[in-house]
Design a protein around this ligand. Structure first.
Ligand SMILES: *Cc1c(COP(=O)(O)O)cnc(C)c1O
Length: 439
């Protein structure tokens, strides 16, 4: 059946060498960063197949992404189906505003989509190539839990998680440090940028070459590409179930800009969009850059906020955005900054007006949209609900005076055994810890 119709596999280039040698998806997933320090991007994005009768996110993902593996599409399809086995409903909030519920995965954030897919794809790539890999992840909260959960029990893979001690919520931390056989969490005495710097240094450290280090941050295409699919799924639901013909504006609560980049890749593949809004907290490098207030190379330091999964001073995926849109990034993306005070107000208002609890990140997105509506933006909008409010009970209670509803997945980590090691924000300390784990 396939054979003649199998499309050519997608190859990837480093952002720093677009004309250089291309690698396969498997190679890019196992490598994480390109050898020159750049990030991988597809050399070309295949046009979308017909999706009109796609039944769910997994079905859509198989149609869109499996062909990227060319001859191996049939091997990849069941992995995507298994990874994306939860619902991603589009819920009308008010008027033309809709929430895309990305909080129904096992760790209750959108990062389950990328992490679960990448874990299975990396497991397959390793089984074919042979050898083992160590996934090294810097996390400001939700990445770590999604990666730990996604990779738990995947053969040939060890996971090391670095998170900034004291800067993630208790619920997030409990998920991060839940003991899993092939996962070790490290509480770093520093901020998220320290964690991210340690990861980058470890990748360049020849002493760690034998570990087969790879990343599962959104610098990894194995995580990034599956995130394209829920934009397409949202657009399809809006058209098919809500009867909205006009393409929506996508509002993306943003930190490291992986989510936004995935949306822009979906657009490049042919998805109609009314535009993209990057909704930031006080860590608004992109807004400053697009306004001409900030140079592309001068990243600010991280500011702790209520929406801590977006506390990123130096977003890694900015390099991808620049590579995708060297000239006119500002025509595709608007970026707004939302204060903690407005975030709390947004949580309160969303509960009062729509009887809907949202997490602080989603609240940032909703506030950014309200601001744009106030400036005259009309037409359908999809706000990505990036995490379940139950992951941030203190913030929700402070803003609304009420506790958030429970999230089904979160109970599982209650009372489970934990395992965590302290770590100085120092490349040598991490090297020693990683090497001692291996022996
Ligand atoms: C990671 C995260 C974000 C930011 O996503 P990026 O891809 O890093 O821009 C937003 N909201 C939540 C809940 C997250 O966990």
């Amino acid at each position: 059946m396939r054979g003649a119709t199998a499309s050519a596999a997608v190859r990837l280039h480093s952002t720093r060498d677009p004309q250089g040698a291309a690698v396969s998806l498997d190679e890019a997933i196992l490598a994480g960063l390109a050898p020159d320090g750049g990030l991988y991007l597809p050399a070309s994005v295949p046009p979308l197949p017909d999706l009109e009768d796609a039944t769910d996110l997994a079905d859509l993902a198989v149609r869109v992404l499996a062909p990227w593996w060319g001859e191996a599409a049939d091997e990849v399809a069941p992995l995507l189906r298994d990874a994306l086995d939860f619902e991603v409903p589009l819920v009308p909030l008010s008027g033309e505003t809709h929430l895309l519920m990305l909080d129904r995965g096992p760790t209750s954030s959108f990062k389950d989509v990328g992490a679960r897919s990448m874990a299975r794809l990396a497991g397959r790539a390793l089984a074919r190539r042979g050898g083992r890999a160590t996934v090294l992840v810097a996390t400001s909260g939700d990445t770590g839990s999604a990666v730990a959960d996604g990779f738990a029990g995947i053969p040939r893979v060890e996971v090391a998680l670095l998170y900034p001690r004291g800067m993630v919520s208790d619920v997030q931390e409990r998920q991060l440090i839940t003991a899993r056989d092939n996962v070790q969490a490290f509480a770093v005495e520093g901020d998220f940028d320290d964690c991210q710097r340690l990861v980058k240094e470890a990748f360049r450290d020849p002493a760690l070459a034998s570990l087969g280090l790879t990343s599962a941050n959104s610098i990894n295409v194995g995580r990034l590409l599956p995130q394209m699919t829920y934009y397409l799924w949202a657009a399809l639901q809006l058209r098919r179930e809500q009867g909205v013909a006009r393409p929506p504006v996508f509002v993306v609560p943003s930190g490291n800009l992986g989510n936004l980049t995935a949306g822009l890749l979906a657009e490049r593949a042919g998805m109609a969009a009314g535009g993209f809004v990057a909704a930031h907290n006080a860590n608004d490098f992109l807004a400053q850059f697009l306004d001409g207030r900030r140079d592309a190379s001068a990243f600010p330091t991280t500011i702790p906020t209520l929406s801590n999964a977006m506390d990123v001073g130096a977003p890694s995926n900015f390099e991808r955005l620049r590579s995708l849109f060297p000239e006119r990034l500002g025509r595709h993306v608007r970026a707004l900054s939302v204060s903690d005070q407005d975030t709390e107000r947004s949580m309160r208002r969303t509960l009062d007006e729509h009887t809907t609890f949202v997490c602080p990140h989603t609240a940032v997105g909703l506030h950014a949209l309200r601001t744009l509506r106030g400036e005259g933006l009309v037409g359908p909008a999809v706000v990505l609900a990036t995490a379940h409010p139950a992951k941030f009970p203190d913030a929700v209670r402070r803003a609304t005076g009420r506790p958030p509803p429970e999230a089904p997945g979160l109970d599982a980590s209650k009372g489970a055994p934990t395992s965590v090691l302290p770590l100085e924000p120092d490349a040598r300390a991490l090297r020693d810890a990683l090497l001692s784990r291996r022996t």
